[in-house]
Design a protein around this ligand. Structure first.
Ligand code: PLP
Length: 641
């Protein structure tokens, strides 16, 4: 489809695109649209912020031989988020007279990729930002990267002897490793291993709060949560530690409400309840000193700033102020010293870190602007009725004729199923139906009042944009829990995006699509996009995908990890491609599901050899076919141009 001149001339500009896609609302000043209509990211070099266009990044990647889809990582944005959370807590502490300090730990599970963890350690170092490990593997990774003696390593999750030994060894070596008990049953093993290693452990307890939260992960907290200890279980641990003379090893109280808590009131309730547990443990004689408030700090994915699951009715500053105020109030009442505060924010730190770029491979539209050619007689009744709807359609009878068109279409489908219509007649009727709806959609655009049942016609008639990615691999939360991610084109943003589209991936799964998009007022089921030219490299960016998406993704249809590039700007403002990682090859993903690429090649060679013997192909063809098979095994799992 050629670009309509009206799209350029209608007085559209980048400011209107910014409003339409809500960039200023969800972009947190990191993302923006340039006056000449490109999506940009604000990075920093030594002279200050530099705006970099995604379009320029992509051109550089193409020159380096990397193709889309590609995941871009911006260490700079992670550094900015780390600084923001520490600034917020430091300010809240300074303004309230709080006598404790703040130390964060990054939960590795939120993005376990080596580069993500090493970037957290690098950019977190000035703040002594530590790591949270929820499994043995995460602890093994943490210990290779976290060597800051002032940062904490918090070990959550169920722990076997090996896990405990490793944590205790790191404590012996001078790291601040704390083992958090999820259940009372873990204590015996912990004490046994500590005695064997002749070390006094640093112990934490995870409490199950009564306070629960809304949002998509509400089951992680509250009394129905499967994690954490109840008051009787906590008392059992206290008594046991007292009997062993080890109450001084109990230093930390931890809770986790769930991820993406959208309502600040629930965060406030929880902090009061947790602080009550904290002071009670001090009163029981435990050493204490640290309150770990878990994760939950939300990201405003849709920019609406409300307490709906995809947003948050607070910012980092308010979060820190409310946490500090809650703890100070309860501790002062009980005359207990203010603890060191640890938060395990993951999503809010690393969500902004990654942006997924996907290219549109083809488009499909339901729109039929011209009436179909006349149909040869005899014309079956339901089709004749539909033709009369097309002829009689006027502004004043839109609603009636809309309902008629739907009714006759159902009749046509039934007649086809019964064998009363040929496929050719069915196809003709289908074109006629969409022609009628195309005209109705154009008419209602001029109406002041649109009847209820016709209101979503625009979205229902959205185009389908087939994009080079797999929802299951790159945006698993979009598929699994309808998570919203901001999406917009990276180019032509000074032209009016005159069309609406849903995005289909290239898995052949009917769930492999995105049909819910960020909007400040509501969730919309189609994304405003431009008319895409036949050979145009039209690229969409999916933002805020740094948290949870990379490792939750699966190999549905054997689409593997995408290419990855890590982007910086140098002091001259030039783009630096710090690290490029090739995505999985076809051979890689096949080996993940137990195939041996060499074995596959041998089996295929056998097939080709038989075909030569049977004279179906020549020996030269065999060589070319085997060459193509081998190069397929080495190739990218996504669509290659
Ligand atoms: C124990 C624990 N801490 C921290 C987090 C991170 O939460 P968020 O990403 O919401 O900050 C999680 C994830 O759900 C968790 O289970």
């Amino acid at each position: 489809m050629a670009l309509g001149l009206t799209e350029v001339l209608e007085g559209w500009d980048s400011v209107r695109s910014s409003e339409l896609y809500g960039v200023d609302a969800w972009g947190n000043n990191y993302f923006h649209i340039t006056p000449d209509g490109f999506a940009g990211v604000r990075l920093r070099n030594r002279s200050g912020p530099v705006s970099v266009k995604f379009h320029d990044i992509v051109q550089g990647l193409y020159e380096r031989g990397l193709s889309l889809p590609i995941l871009l990582r911006f260490g700079e944005l992670l550094a900015a988020r780390l600084a923001a959370i520490h600034r917020a807590f430091d300010k809240a502490i300074a303004e309230s007279g709080y006598t404790g300090i703040y130390r964060g730990v990054y939960p590795i599970k939120v993005n376990q990729q080596q580069q993500a963890v090493s970037d957290v350690v690098k950019f977190g170092r000035p703040f002594h930002h530590g790591l949270e490990a929820g499994s043995k593997a995460e602890l093994i990774a943490a210990l290779a990267y976290m060597h800051d003696p002032e940062a904490y390593i918090v070990c959550n999750g169920y722990k076997d002897a090996e896990f405990i030994d490793l944590a205790l060894s790191s404590l012996k070596m001078g790291l601040q490793t704390i083992l958090v008990l999820e259940m009372p049953g873990e204590l015996d093993l912990l004490l046994e291993r500590a005695e064997k290693m002749n070390i006094r452990p640093r112990i934490g307890i995870r409490v199950k709060l009564a306070s629960s939260v809304g949002g998509k992960w509400s089951e992680s907290g509250g009394e129905s949560s499967v994690f954490g200890m109840t008051p009787p279980q906590i008392m059992a641990v206290i008594d046991h530690l007292r009997e062993c003379g080890m109450l001084d090893c109990l230093e930390l109280l931890h809770y986790h409400l769930g991820s993406q808590v959208p309502n600040i009131r629930e965060i406030r309730d929880a902090i009061y309840e947790a602080s009550r547990y904290y002071v009670s443990l001090v009163e029981e004689g435990a050493k204490m000193g640290i309150l770990d408030i878990g994760g939950g700090l939300a990201i405003d994915y849709d920019g609406s700033k409300c307490n709906c699951p995809t947003s948050a009715n607070y910012d980092i500053g308010e979060y820190a102020a409310d946490v500090v105020e809650g703890v100070i109030t309860v501790c002062n009442q009980a005359k207990v010293p203010h603890p060191t505060l640890i938060s395990e924010s993951g999503r809010a730190l690393i969500g902004y870190y990654s942006v997924l770029l996907i290219n549109v491979l083809s488009t499909h539209t339901l729109e039929v602007p011209d009436p179909p050619e006349p149909m040869p007689e005899p014309i079956p009744d339901p089709i004749r009725n539909l033709m009369e709807v097309a002829t009689g359609l006027r502004t004043r009878n839109l609603r009636e004729f809309y309902n008629d068109a739907i009714y006759y279409r159902e009749e046509i489908q039934t007649a086809f199923k019964r064998g009363d219509l040929s496929l050719r007649q069915h196809a003709h009727a289908d074109r006629l139906f969409w022609h009628i709806l195309t005209r109705i959609r154009a008419e209602i655009a001029h109406l002041r009042f649109v009847p209820e049942d016709m209101r979503n016609l625009k979205d229902a008639m959205a185009d389908v944009f087939y994009c080079n990615f797999s929802v299951f691999q790159s945006l698993p939360d979009s598929w699994a829990i309808d998570q919203i991610f901001p999406i917009m084109p990276i180019q032509r943003l000074n032209e009016k995006p005159a069309r609406l589209a849903v995005l289909s991936d290239i898995t052949c799964d009917c769930d492999g699509k995105i049909n819910h998009f960020a909007d400040m007022r509501d969730i919309r089921s189609a994304l405003p996009v431009h008319t895409v030219g036949p050979d145009e490299d039209y690229i969409l960016a999916v933002f805020l995908v740094g948290a949870y998406q990379e490792t939750l993704g699966d190999l549905h249809n054997l689409f593997g990890d995408t290419n990855v590039a890590s982007i910086l700007v140098d002091d001259d403002g030039e783009i630096e491609y710090e690290q490029e990682l090739d995505g999985d090859t076809v051979g890689d993903v096949l080996s993940y599901v137990e195939y041996n690429p060499q074995g596959l090649l041998a089996r295929f060679r056998e097939l080709a050899e038989v075909a030569v013997r049977q004279k179906r192909i020549s020996a030269t063809e065999r060589r070319d076919i085997l060459g193509a098979y081998e190069s397929g095994l080495r190739g990218y799992t996504y669509f290659e141009t």
